[in-house]
Write a protein that binds this ligand. Structure first.
Ligand SMILES: Nc1ncnc2c1ncn2[C@@H]1O[C@H](COP(=O)(O)OP(=O)(O)OP(=O)(O)O)[C@@H](O)[C@H]1O
Length: 237
């Protein structure tokens, strides 16, 4: 299980990449629960409404409600792990992986209501740090990956970072880590087309990537298909 932070400039392909990850999870045979939080007020992730647990969450208050639910799931998964005598959940334990997808983290980490913002960050920290063993992963996008948006203690919990094109070496380093530009890995040097990225994972040097792209019509078709699959499985509820 990984926690993935996708950073990049405007129009660099972050949300499109998040959609492809959600699409795969939405039609996954184990029907993993999807918790979707949209910092763009539903404009981006709204098409997944029918398959998102409790619908797509759009406001900071809803984001806190959603993460509180995820934390509850995580706690009960830990109970199951204790009962099973395992330190980690895998597919063999019949508990599907849970995906938390967050588009534009800054909406929630920089919101005006300080108390709510701190609650959100606290929950995010807890889920990112303890969720991995319980087959819960977070995939989040951010235009500004600096410490004001994602506090470093939270950012460090994202073991996998995906940098799309940014305008400066510093911005690239805030996603991939200090010294990466100097070592030859700068997202400021990526070609200027959306979907081109540098992926840092597993302690290896970053690798160049080019994301596949699904257009809105195809995503809508996939969302409808996923909703039908899931309704069949849970008896049309
Ligand atoms: N992998 C890709 N291949 C080809 N075109 C792409 C790809 N990813 C994105 N695009 C195009 O670029 C546009 C912007 O992509 P996207 O919305 O994913 O960017 P973003 O980084 O999330 O932008 P923002 O910061 O404004 O949210 C898409 O509408 C699409 O036209």
């Amino acid at each position: 299980m990984i926690n993935l932070l996708i950073g990049g400039g405007v129009g660099s392909g972050k949300s499109s990449t998040l959609h492809t990850i959600i699409a795969a999870a939405a039609i996954d045979k184990d029907r993993p629960p999807l918790v979707l939080i949209d910092g763009k007020g539903g404009v981006e992730l709204g098409l997944w409404e029918a398959v998102a647990h409790g619908g797509v969450r759009r406001t900071p208050a809803e984001a806190v409600t959603a993460l509180t639910w995820v934390k509850g799931q995580m706690d009960s998964r830990y109970d199951s792990m204790r009962a099973l005598g395992v330190r980690k959940l895998g597919r063999m334990h019949d508990i599907p992986p849970l995906l938390v997808g967050i588009d534009e983290l800054a909406t929630f980490t920089m919101g005006r209501d300080r108390k709510r913002r701190d609650t959100f960050i606290g929950l995010l920290h807890d889920v990112a740090s303890r969720g991995r063993a319980a087959a819960i992963r977070i995939v989040a996008t951010t235009q500004k990956p600096g410490t004001d948006v994602v506090p470093s203690h939270v950012r460090d919990l994202f073991d996998t970072r995906w940098a799309f094109r940014v305008s400066t070496r510093d911005a690239s380093d805030t996603i991939l880590g200090a010294g990466m530009s100097a070592a030859g890995y700068s997202a400021a040097k990526l070609p200027a087309y959306p979907g081109a990225g540098l992926l840092l994972a597993g302690g290896e040097p970053p690798v160049r990537t080019l994301s596949h792209y699904l257009g809105t019509k195809d995503l809508e078709r996939l969302a409808a298909y996923a909703a039908a699959l899931r309704n069949r499985q849970i008896g049309g509820s």
